[in-house]
Design a protein. Structure first.
Length: 316
């Protein structure tokens, strides 16, 4: 089947890097990037169609599905954890109403495959936080996490009730250099590289003992594409798959950055995001993803640091 792909949240952290990968695979014209408020880069404008739409407005998404004869959707748009705590109503409306609109349209237009991102934020303080199992307690304490659990269940419901082929991943913190960090709790693991290159120092907003699961963007893009290309019978989880690459403490991260940037120093001044970080797992059991559709990661912390520093230095 020729894929005609719509990607919402195109200008966000994952969209900005997933879209070039999808365009390389399927052709620029077949991948419709949909942004909202943020301006796209020239790369987006020149490498394929770019549209502006608000996913909480069903008619706007509907007209794009019709206009481009869409059969595949990556619905990436979402308000992240830290912003979600400041604006819980906005997080609910964007994360839930937007998803419900896309699920309903996917059924109406017989969309062949739909991807929606979940997160480690679906877990909470009552979850076993070390080597967190695929199937476990889901009692998040952030609005972002609440929308992720509700969203996962909604996706599974549409699969069971309507046979919609919807697939999802519980992303860990994703580290990347193309877009500046934007409103998440795992942002410190991105911001540290920006500040290391620009200022030679970083003031980290979580304590040095904080350990969270993380992944490099190249691996996140690879996992997403691999999941979406897997044969439907391989997909045995219709809520969202656990996914991880490496876990490290904020101190280990800072020490590793110091190996790559001479003279780098890091201080630790925890703020309100520490509480969110404490409610999330320190490591994840993603063996189901590895068994079902062959997931394996490539980047460890040292490779991540090397690549981040090189790219941020070259793109200053
Ligand atoms: N990276 C996200 C956040 O920190 C978690 O999915 O909000």
């Amino acid at each position: 089947m020729e894929r005609r792909i719509l990607v919402t949240g195109a200008v966000g952290q994952i969209g900005s890097e997933l879209i070039p990968a999808l365009r390389a695979k399927h052709g620029g014209e077949n991948v419709i990037a949909v942004g909202h408020k943020k301006e796209p880069t020239e790369e987006f404008r020149s490498s394929g169609p770019y549209e502006t739409a608000d996913t909480t407005d069903k008619e706007e998404i509907k007209s794009l599905i019709e206009k481009y004869d869409i059969n595949t959707i990556y619905h990436l748009v979402g308000v992240l954890s830290a912003v979600g705590e400041k604006k819980p109503d906005l997080a609910w409306s964007v994360n839930m109403d937007g998803l419900k609109n896309v699920l309903d349209l996917a059924v109406e237009y017989k969309i062949d495959r739909l991807f929606w991102p979940s997160s480690i934020a679906a877990f909470g303080p009552t979850t076993p936080l070390e080597n967190t199992p695929q199937r476990t307690v889901l009692e998040p304490t952030t609005m972002y996490g609440v929308t992720k659990v509700a969203g996962e269940l909604l996706c599974q419901y549409y699969f069971v009730k309507y046979g919609l082929d919807v697939r999802s991943l519980r992303y860990p913190g994703v580290i990347s250099w193309k877009t500046p960090p934007g409103g998440g709790t795992t942002d410190y693991a991105v911001a540290i590289y920006y500040d290391a290159v620009q200022k030679g120092s970083y003031d980290c907003f979580v304590g040095e003992e904080t350990v969270l699961p993380m992944m490099y963007m190249d691996d996140a893009v690879q996992a997403t594409i691999q999941l979406m290309e897997a044969e439907p019978e391989k997909i045995t989880v219709r809520t969202a798959y656990n996914l991880t690459a490496v876990s490290f403490s904020a101190k280990e991260l800072a020490d590793n950055v110091a190996k790559h940037v001479d003279g780098f120093t890091c201080t630790f001044t925890p703020d309100e995001r520490q509480k969110i970080a404490n409610s999330w797992p320190s490591s994840i059991d993603d063996s189901k993803a590895r068994e079902d559709w062959g997931w394996s990661h490539k980047f460890g912390l040292d490779e991540i640091s090397g690549d981040m520093i090189t790219n941020l230095t070259n793109n200053q």
